[in-house]
Design a protein around this ligand. Sequence first.
Ligand code: ZN
Length: 149
Amino acid sequence: MSDLRDLYQEVIMDHNKKPRNFRDMPEADHLAHGNNPLCGDALVVYVKLSGDIIEDVSFQGSGCAISVASASLMTEMLKGKTITEAQKTYDLFHQQMTDKSAGNTASLGKLEVLIGVREFPARVKCATLSWHTVHAALDNDHDISVTTE
Ligand code: ZN
């Protein structure tokens, strides 16, 4: 189990050092700002839709390793998905991160590397920030701000 934890740690550090899809997107048709004042994480998430498919998704900003790695993994996960699929992934991830008794974490796919974070309730908001932000972006056609509570 500790080997697995080391591997998860490595994946998180890799995504933090080299975040995927970390760029501005002038042609985005949805965007939202997300803030986690508890930790100081501040992200912007950009989405470009083609019909109901997420054609492109990117983010910018700064934050702790968990928030950046989570946003990076999220962009990889959501690209090419439909809005409905993205919503399902958001619900699943949110449930798994906030409810320790939630079942099969394998269904999270590559997001499983973040599951250890739920042992640290103060950091869960770091991991879910980008997801709250993309959720807000998809729900609105103008720039909006979300703050974790
Ligand atoms: Zn954080």
